[in-house]
Structures are given as C-alpha cells and as structure tokens.
Ligand binder design. Structure first.
Ligand code: GLV
Ligand code: MN
Ligand code: MN
Ligand code: MN
Length: 415
C-alpha cells in the first residue's frame, strides 16, 4: 500500500528538464545532439557535474575500478541492501540528449525530491552511472554493468582498446575515474532503470509508460574478409579474390537472415573498413562489425547458425577467408516479474496509460538482471528515433517516467 504521506509526491519536472538541457551541453553538437563518447573529456565533465551535485546534497559517492559511479542516500535500516536506479552518461558518436542520461537525471531527481519532502526510506537508495553502456568507443557495451555482475572480468574490461589503441584503464585514469571500489561489492535489493523507448510503439499507441518485462538477445561479432590485393586494371574479373565483393554478399546475407526472422529479428552492420582503400587496387581486406538480435532463443540460435553457414558458403565460392569473431553476447532475457509489477502499479496509481513491452535495445539493466531483481520503465521518444542527434522526448513524458521511477523505488525500498 502506498503510504498516505507519499501518495501524491511528485518530482520537480522543470528541474529535471533543466538538468537534461544543462547536461546536453557536455558534448553538445551543432545539430542539437550529443557526442559524449565514454571516458572522453566530455564524459569527465558530465561525471564531475553529477558528482558535484551529489556531494552538495551530502550523498556518499563511490567509484569502482571500472569507473561506475554510485551515489547513495542512506535508509532508515543501514543493514538493508540498497534499491538501485540509474543508467549511463555516455552517448553514441552522434547521439541525443536522452539515451542514458534521462535514467541518471531522473534518479537524481528522485533523491532530491525525497530530501525536500523530508522522506526517509527503509532501505538505502543508490543512483548508479554505469561506465560505457554504448560500446561505441570501446566494444562491447554495457561494460560497467557486465563487470559489476562478473560476466566480463575486470582485467579484460580494463584492457579493451579504442580505435587509437587507448585502453579503458588508461582512459579511466586520464579522466580521474579509476576508482578503488571492487565492482560487485555493493549489493542491491532491486534495480529500476528509466530509459526512452528508442522505438515507435508507445508513441504510436498513445501510451506514456512502457513496463519492460523482457529484452532481446544480442550477438556481436568482429568480422573480417581476407582476399587478395591486386591491380584494378590488369586483374581479370575471373581471377579476382575481391574482399569487398565477398563482404557485399555477406552483408546482404545478414539482411536476408534478419528479415527471415522478422518482425523481431534484426541484423546490423554498423561499421566496415576497406583496405587498402585505393580506387585502383582490388580490395584485399574488409573489417566489419555485425550484430543480430532476437527475443526468442530458438530464432536467435537459428540466426547465428544461418550466418555461419552463409559465411562458409561465400568464403568457398569466392576463394576468400571469412572470420566471424563473437566478441559479446547476451541471451534473450526476462526481467523480474515482481519489479515489473511494482512499476505497473506505480503507473496505474498515477493514472498513466501503460503497456508491457520487450526492449529491442541493450541496457545496463539487462546485465544487472542476472544478479539483481530488475525491470525497466520506458517513455516515448519522437518518431521512435534514437542513436540520432534528432532524438527527442517531451518534458511531460520524461516527468511521468521519473514519477513512476520515484514511486517504484519507494515501494521497493519501503517508506
Ligand atoms: C546500445 O545502446 C544498444 O542498445 O546496442
Ligand atoms: Mn541507453
Ligand atoms: Mn544507446
Ligand atoms: Mn543501449
């Protein structure tokens, strides 16, 4: 039962919005988006902003060895594990103002709202900024949360390199966020992550809240096609071992496979690099990324097997070598039914129209869910567009999501 003293409690929507706009300047782009690659100078600035804000309110701030930031507000019962909220501050190279940071700023808003109302919770509350959710500068993504739950070893995570050869460990030290806390040492009773939907369903159905009960599985590969560099003018078409043309077939095969597992199956090649990159040399090598996603384990497994078979067929037919190195994967998952039910109740009690849904995107909550009862709240974003500088959401929807977050964590932590 909601406590009478908290039933009408609401976050400060104007302050939340102002924080979203203020932080969008850290890495703000000319097109109104945000470029805040993980552990960059822009990431340092937004982290410093968050930490200063937390310290001004007197919260305990902890940083772990993978740079996750924990901001804890004590509970009446210090012996209880904290209820966690949070998301990520990093963005895609051409990202927007909401992906990730909304869940962090809404969590901050929850803490400050409780302070102002003089409300103590039984269990402590902990706001978390997870390091490198996006995986754009250092692959794989969800790195901080995966290290937290022990799926990725800390040393392996610290050794990941960006395109310039800088390691995660070096980048953490460079921005002053190589903390000392052991990842995973801080136990949580539950976690709730608020995020924009990044897809079109809520907007299309005129709903304000998504209660996220499941997430698609994901398989990420680093791929390489090796053929033979040769002279563009003298090598007859029949004697070529053209890596780019083999890659083109492979890319179309990936698309065919994803389409064959529609509507939920998706496949994406977001990066491809052709070598040596000269107009009169037949390409000898293509390096590329490939990822597949599906919410159903059977389809997900078949997509991966079909891609391997296609890679072998194309390699043999074109006399090239194709390697698909699986660098990260996550099986399709269900979130905690209890935490999801708490979120649904919070939405219903505020009179907000909601539906259950599956996340197509990856989130820190997906990693954390393997160790902590976890679920997510989605709010609509304009035209379902995300991973795009045009990403947009309304003050009203962001505030509604933050209020559902507030009442979900109050229910989970106890008042
Ligand atoms: C990253 O944001 C992802 O969902 O892949
Ligand atoms: Mn995100
Ligand atoms: Mn993202
Ligand atoms: Mn994501």
């Amino acid at each position: 039962m909601p406590d009478a003293s908290t039933a009408n409690l609401a976050i400060n929507a104007e302050r939340l919005w102002s924080n979203i706009m203020t932080t969008a300047a850290f890495g703000g782009t000319l097109k109104g988006g945000v470029r805040r690659l993980t552990l960059s100078e822009e990431d340092r600035r937004v982290r410093d902003w968050l930490v200063a804000r937390a310290q001004a309110s007197g919260y305990e701030v902890g940083i772990d060895r993978i740079g996750n930031i924990y901001i804890q507000r004590p509970g009446r019962d210090p012996g209880r594990a904290a209820v966690a909220m949070g998301s990520h501050l990093d963005t895609q190279p051409t990202g927007g103002k909401f992906d990730g940071i909304l869940g962090v700023l809404a969590g901050l808003e929850v803490l400050e709202t409780l302070d102002e109302a003089g409300i103590a919770t039984e269990a402590p509350l902990c706001l978390v900024n997870w390091t490198n959710e996006e995986g754009a500068r250092f692959a794989p993504g969800e790195l901080g949360s995966e290290v937290y739950v022990g799926h990725v070893a800390l040393e392996a995570a610290l050794a990941c390199r960006d395109a310039e050869g800088v390691t995660v460990g070096e980048a953490l030290s460079a921005i002053g966020y190589a903390g000392t806390e052991v990842p995973g040492a801080r136990r949580f009773a539950a976690m709730v992550e608020l995020h924009i939907e990044q897809g079109p369903l809520l907007e299309a159905e005129n709903l304000t809240i998504g209660v996220v009960t499941a997430a698609k599985g994901q398989q990420w590969y680093n791929g390489m096609v090796s053929g033979r560099e040769s002279h563009a003018g003298t090598t007859p078409m029949t004697l070529r071992r053209d890596a780019l043309m083999a890659f083109a077939e492979l890319a179309l095969a990936a698309e065919r496979i994803a389409r064959a597992h529609a509507p939920d199956g998706v496949g994406t090649i977001g990066m491809a690099e052709v070598s040596p990159g000269s107009r009169n040399t037949v390409p000898g090598e293509v390096r590329f990324s490939l990822e597949f996603r599906h919410p159903d384990p059977d389809h997900f497994g078949r997509m991966r097997a079909e891609m391997r078979a296609e890679a072998e067929r194309i390699a043999a037919a074109r006399d090239v070598t194709v390697t698909l190195d699986p660098i990260w994967s996550m099986e399709p998952l269900s979130f905690s039914p209890d935490v999801a039910a708490t979120i649904a109740q919070a939405a219903a009690a505020r009179g907000l129209p909601y539906r259950e849904m599956t996340s197509g995107a990856g989130h820190d909550a997906c990693a954390v869910a393997s160790a902590v009862p976890t679920a997510m709240i989605f709010v609509p974003c304009k035209d379902g567009i995300s991973h795009n500088e045009a990403e947009s959401a309304t003050l009203k929807d962001c505030a509604a999501g933050a209020n559902v977050l507030l009442h979900s964590v109050l229910a989970l932590a106890g008042v």
